[in-house]
Ligand binder design. Structure first.
Ligand code: M6R
Length: 616
């Protein structure tokens, strides 16, 4: 969601802010702005659209050093929640007296009531955002309290919702303030400089030393250093950590888009996810470094919570774990889980899956699970995230920085970690014969080479993209453990090409969706050798009988007499049926990519989407 950057130090502030905002660009945004204090003047620039629009407004002199010993400023990329993505609604927002500027990530839920009260006190609003009320509230409270840290404590008592705030007050021109409550904020500690960021990605160009603020904390940055207090004014000893910054630097490595690069990284991502955990098929899976084994023995049920692509990975995990471990597994979208009263207890293991580790709904589901006594495992790509820090155990997926909004390699890595967890539980509970486990483990080790095989021949998929790229709708069908892969294939296509796509269990076709079928709606069918292969062929024949073009992603021995059911067939290598979603997903990722590219879409930053969804 919104990107936040703050800077106080010796470098010229505008280039630092623009560069850092650029590193956050991949998260998705629709307008941008910045503010800085120079010669006691608070200056603000804002622009809707891409960062380039903001850059084009800025006078060249702002990119030069002007002899000052210290610079201070902040910048923001906005993902609109309240009010359209216009210049006026872009952050920073400024107080009526022009002294205070503020940027915000999150949602202020009681903004209506606050706005009304502040309007009655004479404050004038210039935007339609929920955020603007906060800067007016700070201004109002500052009238009777000169200490900004105290004002911010009072503000925290008045705000309802999620917020990370950064505040610049020209009356304190060498200070920058930050507040964190249910939206991430990190302090970067460099040589003679301090930064604030909504993600460490925003600060790693400058430093690898960071302090993660916790919910309910306020920070003051000044030339003397930084100090943290909680919402009750008590001093907090913030822990400074050193991060492996190299892994967080985005680089397309010669590919046209991050998405294509990330699809091609999957063989290495699988190797890295397996490394040290699956050593040989004969050895037990090594997954946890802590006390997990004893605690997990008591578990009689699993509940997986996640959103979007991570939710689809969770569905694959359900098929796999139930099959191997014979323990019931439920999967629920975190946004649904949090607003009902799920039946979970201390014998339910909750698995929270999140690439970013900051998804608001998933984080809330973790907190609610803890309240009900359930232990939580986080499966995440960001060990430094809030979700990782709030879970009992973390299983890192080791996919490396994923820049494209469209998740690809993180899905594969999440599924691999769920496979490892399923194997681990099957082994520790002796749920499956050793030879069956070894067979799956051997196949897991072959997966990187099999994915490489698919990636080496993109031409047939490129041809399909041209043939079907102008379709208005597309349907993806599969059965069994590939049903979630079909859901994921449809999600990939719709989010980057804006073509309407739906994933269905092929068995459900005749219960409704078949009514839509005709020549204009291509049907992508996933057929892998196994118990549902023949059933899938029958379902495809039903679609073909309605005149639909059926495109097979096939690893099975297709009988001669059914070949004419399919308009196109993409052959993929054969593997264990339970592992096949890893292989069937790759052609669907590539199909979505090449269609979006054929249509000239903004592949890495699709409209309306954000990489890290930090509001509910
Ligand atoms: O960071 P998370 O895995 O928690 O994110 C969940 C979804 O927002 C995410 O998977 C989203 O659906 C992707 N854009 C899909 O490509």
């Amino acid at each position: 969601m919104c990107g936040i950057v703050g800077y106080i130090g010796k470098k010229s502030v505008v280039p630092v802010i623009l560069d850092s905002l650029q590193t956050l660009e991949y998260r998705g945004y629709d307008s941008a702005g910045l503010a800085f204090v120079d010669n006691d003047l608070l200056t603000v620039y804002k622009a809707s659209g891409k960062l380039m629009n903001l850059r084009n407004q800025l006078p060249e002199k702002l990119f030069e050093k002007n002899g000052k010993s210290r610079y201070i400023g902040m910048g923001h990329t906005r993902w609109a929640t309240h009010g359209a993505p216009t210049d006026q609604n872009a952050h920073p927002h400024v107080s009526c007296d022009g002294n205070i500027a503020l940027i915000h990530n999150g949602i202020v839920e009681n903004y209506g009531e606050l706005r009304e009260g502040l309007t009655q006190k004479g404050h004038q609003f210039h935007s339609k955002t929920d955020t603007e009320c906060v800067v007016h509230l700070i201004e109002e409270l500052s009238k009777s309290e000169p200490d900004m840290m105290k004002v911010l404590q009072q503000v925290s008592q008045r705000l309802v919702g999620a917020y990370a705030l950064v505040i610049l007050d020209k009356r304190h021109p060498d200070k920058l303030y930050g507040v964190r409550n249910h939206a991430p904020l990190v302090v970067g500690i460099g040589e003679d400089e301090l930064l604030l960021g909504s993600d460490v990605v925003a600060v790693v160009e400058h430093t690898n030393k960071v302090a993660y603020l916790k919910d309910g904390e306020i920070v003051e940055l000044s030339p003397q250093g930084f100090k943290v207090i909680n919402f009750y004014g008590e001093p907090i000893d913030a822990k400074v950590e050193t991060i492996a910054s190299g892994q967080l630097i985005a680089d397309k490595k010669g590919f046209k888009h991050f998405m294509l690069k990330e699809i091609h990284e999957q063989p290495d991502v699988i190797r890295s996810s397996l490394s040290g955990r699956l050593i040989t098929p004969e050895e037990p899976i090594a997954l946890f470094q802590s006390d997990a084994a004893q605690r997990l023995e008591q578990i009689n049920r699993i509940f997986i919570v996640a959103c979007g692509t991570s939710y689809h990975a969770g569905l694959v995990g359900k098929y796999f774990i139930e099959d191997l471990v014979r323990i019931p597994v439920e999967v629920e979208a975190a946004g649904e889980f949090r607003y009902r009263n799920p039946v979970i207890d201390d014998k339910t293991l909750v698995i929270a899956i999140s690439q970013s580790g900051e998804t608001a709904d998933t984080l809330t589901a973790i907190r609610q699970s803890h309240d009900k006594g359930s232990p939580v495992i986080a499966i995440t790509n960001r060990e430094d995230s809030t979700i990782a820090r709030e879970s009992d155990w973390v299983l890192p997926v080791r996919a490396g920085l994923e820049v494209s909004v469209c998740a690809t390699k993180s899905f594969t890595a999440q599924v691999i970690v769920l496979y490892l967890l399923g194997l681990y539980l099957a082994e520790t509970r002796k749920a499956l014969a050793a030879e069956n486990l070894q067979e799956i483990k051997s196949e897991l080790q072959r997966l990187p080479a099999l994915v490489e095989h698919i990636l080496h021949t993109p031409e047939p998929i490129q041809a399909l993209a041209k043939k079907y790229g102008n379709s208005r709708d597309m349907i993806f069908i599969a059965r069994g453990i590939n049903f979630p892969a079909a859901l994921e294939g449809a999600l990939k296509l719709k989010e980057i090409s804006y073509i309407h796509a739906e994933g269905y269990s092929a068995s459900e076709l005749k219960h409704g969706p078949i009514a839509m079928l005709d020549r204009s709606i291509p049907v992508v069918a996933v057929l892998t050798e196994g118990i549902v292969y023949d059933k899938m062929i029958s379902n495809c024949q039903e679609a073909k009988a309605r005149d639909a073009y059926v495109i097979a992603i096939n690893s099975g021995p297709m009988p001669e007499d059914v070949k004419d059911t399919f308009e196109d067939v993409l052959m993929i290598p054969k593997t264990h049926e339970l592992l096949s979603p890893i292989l069937t997903s790759v052609p669907m990722q590539l199909l979505a990519y090449y269609i979006a590219e054929f249509l000239g879409k903004d592949v890495d930053q699709p409209r309306n989407l954000a990489k890290s969804v930090t509001v509910e």
